[in-house]
Ligand binder design. Structure first.
Ligand code: OGA
Ligand code: NI
Length: 369
């Protein structure tokens, strides 16, 4: 006998996430996921490809950055962070094998039976591993079409025992991937600090203070979020992730070959076309604050599609969990007064658990008027 048609309209069923709905053959988008008309990804009927404008988003060649053209590449990096809050990095030095394995093991994790994935469900925001759906499944009035696995990555040896033990190679692959992205984050951060005039290019130019900032990042926080976006029956009515900015310093995002990520640029949504073997680097709120507003955290969202499952891995990096983030004193002067209050993670967590994170609201609350 067929299960009763009511089964999928029970609210508890949505707590199990969208992979579960998809596997149960949902053919119509449940109301729980339907966004108000103004929040839907607008599809312009006359210009269906409007988001795919010819706009070329900045691409940074990491190999060039480490070579004799460093200063030119630093200029491009700086303009990318000022204008878009985002760039793609190619030739980044992370072995392709580490990337492929991470996508592969994540796909296999989401392919496990629901009960196996559900072992990692937790409402504790500070848990070293957390499986869930939407953004905040206890609070969101409208759910977004996304399941996730969050992994705290620092200190790795402390958190590793808590990470999923199934698939069997998960811990090893994800730990390798975490180490590689941390390495790339540090290299990119050196470049960013240098582009802000806060880190000397040569040993003679470096001060102890410069090294101190970088040391903090070495010991900084890292959170990996594996996002799973199954095909969606009515993608025009919902989103995989609503518009938001990432809270950290930088996010290194790996997207598979299925498009979905869009950034807001001059009031328009622009699709970040997947580029094989590249990372999308997002400026987060902490870098906007740290740079005293010179670099902008990027507002982005994810749209879904009816045919192809999509997977992405975001690696969010910042200062240590307990430290304060404020504008660098060297970037404050008479012409550029301090623009943001100091902030810490605790304040951020309090903020997101008390209200739905919308757009760049948290950052707005940190602005000095
Ligand atoms: C995120 C995010 C984008 C994507 O995880 O914060 O914005 O393409 N992901 O999955
Ligand atoms: Ni994001």
């Amino acid at each position: 006998m067929c299960p009763p048609a009511m089964a999928l309209t029970n609210d508890d069923e949505f707590q199990k996430g969208v992979k579960h709905l998809f596997e149960n053959g949902v053919s119509k988008l449940p109301n729980k996921y339907i966004l108000p008309v103004s929040d839907r990804p607008k599809v312009d009927k006359e210009h269906p490809n409007a988001a795919k404008s010819s706009l070329k988003l900045p691409v940074i060649d990491f190999g060039e950055l480490q070579g004799p053209n460093r200063s030119q590449v630093l200029n491009s990096l700086s303009s990318a962070c000022e204008e878009y809050g985002l760039f793609q990095v190619v030739n980044h030095g992370i072995p392709i094998e580490a990337i492929r394995s991470m996508i592969d093991v994540s796909t296999r994790f989401f392919g496990l039976p629901y009960e196996e994935r559900a072992k990692y469900m937790s409402s504790d925001m500070t848990s070293p591993v957390r499986y869930g759906t939407s953004l905040n499944q206890r609070k969101d009035s409208v759910f977004c079409w996304r399941d996730f696995l969050k992994l705290v990555c620092h200190p790795l040896s402390d958190v590793l025992p808590h990470w999923p033990s199934c698939p069997m190679d998960f811990k090893e692959v994800a730990a390798t991937y975490a180490r590689e992205t941390k390495w790339l984050f540090i290299r990119i951060t050196e470049a960013i600090l240098e582009s802000l005039g806060l880190w000397g290019a040569t040993t003679e130019e470096k001060t102890e203070e410069d090294d101190e900032i970088l040391k903090q990042f070495h010991d900084g926080s890292q959170l990996m979020v594996v996002n799973c976006f199954p095909p969606c029956p009515e993608p025009d009515l919902t989103l995989g992730m609503p518009p938001h900015s990432d809270y950290g310093f930088l996010t290194l995002l790996l997207q598979d070959e299925v498009e979905g990520l869009q950034i807001q640029y001059k009031g328009k949504w622009i699709t970040v076309e997947p580029m094989p073997n590249s990372f999308v680097v997002n400026v987060g709120d902490h870098l906007e604050i740290f740079s005293n507003g010179r670099y902008k955290s990027v507002l982005h969202r994810v749209f879904v599609n009816p045919a192809k499952p999509r997977l992405s891995v975001a690696s969010l990096h910042s200062l240590p969990f307990n430290s304060m983030v404020g504008p660098s004193p060297k970037l404050i002067d008479q012409v550029n007064p301090r623009r943001y209050k100091d902030t810490d993670f605790a304040t951020f967590l309090e903020y997101i658990s008390s209200c739905e994170p919308k757009k760049k609201n948290f950052l707005e609350s940190r602005k000095l008027t």
